[in-house]
Design a protein around this ligand. Structure first.
Ligand code: NAD
Length: 359
């Protein structure tokens, strides 16, 4: 088989270890940062204070105001606060919301980010930024928002409730799965994506069964790192587009929405993406990856119906319209009928199944 590809390695330093936050002072010194602006969600303010205590006066301010989908006003306030303390670096402690806010700060001020992820969202490995303005989420890519250093400490994820961990893990699986049929998926990214799906599918049931299982948490976080790497290296397709629209327009919870939508998009897309289908079959040890992911998520207690995540039924048509207006790349050129069917199934939580699992 001929292989034509472009592959670019991004300059992110990754420190991965149980207890890795102990290396934070070393990494801050390495980057010669003296006035850190620390961002987190309100719920993680105590964690941020504890993790940054060893940094002493290098912490200029802790800003516990991150919110899901980076609302414009929240981003503007953080940029102003970072400028007011003359910050020379932004330290994000938390999930995609904290890291998303750090990206907004980095984009406007040009200061580097150190990310300490505590969920499996994977934003720390991408140049993708997002902001939500008047019910519209817009995303873009900017090298300035890629963290200089990412510190993965599985210990910090033990407090992530298992229900949140499961959906966050599916958010990561979605990154890896869509990377596999992206037009710019290189052989290296494909290996990364397959290993990511394997690791997450293996770890999530163990995390759900025993939230204190540090080995399972470590495997899940490892899978999340790989998923973020795959997302960062590729163009997003229909699944991510639908989730951006659903999240930005109806303020649906991010990871939960990814979990409910992914099997339905895969059921459609894998019929036209044989390489991705075979790779996911290998990673999940199944003939039908879409059905397998649906069952796995449901068996682990995830909500599979968008209607139970706050999606209004009369909003479905608006999602279809928005998706068709500026379509993302996708292996299947979707029609209005297909999109309506797909979203209707996700809305109702009907089990997904790839049309032709025999091909
Ligand atoms: P989140 O960051 O909002 O976290 C969810 C909740 O869990 C928050 O209340 C948070 O305080 C809490 N939490 C996080 N870690 C915890 C822990 N270890 N213990 C206890 N509680 C914890 O949600 P998320 O799903 O991580 O991120 C979603 C956001 O990230 C969305 O806005 C999404 O668009 C963005 N995102 C961006 C990219 C990108 O590449 N730009 C990629 C993925 C996600």
């Amino acid at each position: 088989m001929m292989r034509d590809f472009v592959h670019e390695n991004r300059p992110v330093r990754v420190v991965f270890a149980t207890g890795a936050t102990q290396f934070l002072p070393r990494e801050v010194t390495r980057l010669q940062l003296r006035r850190l602006f620390v961002v987190c969600t309100p719920g993680q303010a105590a964690l941020a204070a504890a993790v940054t205590t060893p940094l002493g006066p290098a912490v200029a301010a802790i800003h516990p105001r991150a919110a899901m989908h980076v609302p414009r006003a929240v981003a503007d306030a953080a940029v102003a606060a970072a400028r007011s303390v003359d910050a020379d670096g932004c330290l994000a402690i938390g999930g995609g919301s904290a890291i998303g806010l750090a990206k907004a700060v980095a984009r406007d001020t040009g200061i580097p980010i150190i990310a300490v992820p505590t969920t499996y969202a994977g934003s720390e490995m991408t140049t993708v930024f997002g902001v939500t303005d008047a019910g519209r989420k817009s995303t873009g890519r900017d090298d300035r928002v890629l963290p200089a250093v990412v510190i993965y400490d599985p210990q910090l994820t033990v407090s992530l409730p298992s229900a949140t961990a499961v959906v966050s893990g599916f958010n990561a699986i979605a990154h890896a799965a869509e990377a596999l049929y992206a037009p710019d998926c290189s052989p290296v990214t494909a290996l990364v994506a397959v290993e990511s799906v394997r690791a997450l599918a293996e770890a999530l049931p163990r995390v759900a069964a025993d939230p204190g299982d540090l080995d399972a948490r470590s495997e899940a976080l490892y899978g999340a790192w790989l998923a973020g790497t795959a997302l960062g290296a590729t163009t997003m397709s229909l699944h991510h587009q639908l989730c951006h629209i659903l999240g930005g327009t109806f303020d649906l919870p991010h990871a939960e929405t990814h979990t409910a939508v992914l099997p339905h998009v895969l059921a459609l897309n894998l019929t036209a993406a044989p390489h991705a289908r075979n790779a996911l079959r290998r990673a999940l040890d199944t003939a039908d990856p879409a059905a397998r992911l649906f069952e796995l998520a449901r068996n682990l207690g995830a909500e599979m119906a968008l209607k139970n995540l706050g999606m209004p039924e009369d909003g479905l048509q608006a999602v279809v319209r928005q998706a068709l207006k500026a379509p993302y790349h996708n292996p299947v050129a979707v029609t209005e009928t297909e999109l309506r069917l797909l979203l209707g199934n996700a809305f109702a939580g009907i089990a997904a199944r790839t049309e032709s699992t025999q091909r």
